[in-house]
Design a protein around this ligand. Sequence first.
Ligand code: SF4
Ligand code: SF4
Length: 304
Amino acid sequence: MNELKGLIYNLQPFAVHDGPGIRTLIYMKGCPLRCLWCSTPQTQKMGYEIIHIESHCRKCGRCAEVCSNGAIMIPPEGNLMIDRKRCTYCAKCIEICPHQALELAGKYMTVPELFDEIEKDQPFFRRSNGGITMGGGEATMQHEFVAEFLKKCKQHYIHTAMETCGHIAWEHLEKLLTYLDLIYLDIKHMDSPMHKTLTGVANDFVLDNARKVCSSHPVIFRIPVVPGINDSYENISATAKFAAAMGENLLRIELLPYHQFGAQTYFRLGRKYELSGIEPPEDSHMRRLKILVESFGIKAQIGG
Ligand code: SF4
Ligand code: SF4
């Protein structure tokens, strides 16, 4: 029998912004959305990806020599290019690179393997009332694996949280709720056509799932505040009004100021970053949005 495996991008220990106490964040691969501002584009694809770090590369050509698929080209003038359609993710280029300029994003792990990793952080969880937070990517895309992993965490009395984009089949989310103590749910735009323009999907599923989750579980809404995209008083008011109807399970809204930390990663994946001209929001604007949310009787905080 094949053992259940999950495709994981990364683990980040000692995180303090995604749930109570000290936490280990687990970045799962795969996401049904393509948000223009995504700061972890290497988690979007459900599958491996090659990351090329230009600043480490000496253009020695060893990677191109070992690639039997001819997927790597190094023009005499210009940067190394990877034909990602030809790549089979054999990782030979990564192994041979003497400068650690290539990385493979994605690693298959079994539930016991992943649990062994996070178990090392248990003393920190215990001392701080922390735990683990599933993120990504969208963890529910690997719901069978995630359900088994969360179940194991609960058997060991570990606090569990999950960040979700909300655009998922309810039965998959519902299955995970059994093992979750806290849910972060993104509300990116209240206008459905605009939501589709910005993320690739309409917001119907998201809002419907938000209502269902709030009926039984503690939830924190998160709004990534992107200037000129979703930071209008009109949109934030509409989100706060929606949140105000969720009842006492809605703990607060977190307003997350847009940043460009992930912009470089697009380049490393051979992709274009669409929001390069957008600057982070002013602190004064964020404070005004916080006051606006609070005026609807909802707790609000800036940042996670
Ligand atoms: S082997 Fe590494 S340093 Fe050499 S060209 Fe390839 S990526 Fe660059
Ligand atoms: S992972 Fe393998 S197929 Fe892909 S570029 Fe590297 S050597 Fe070529």
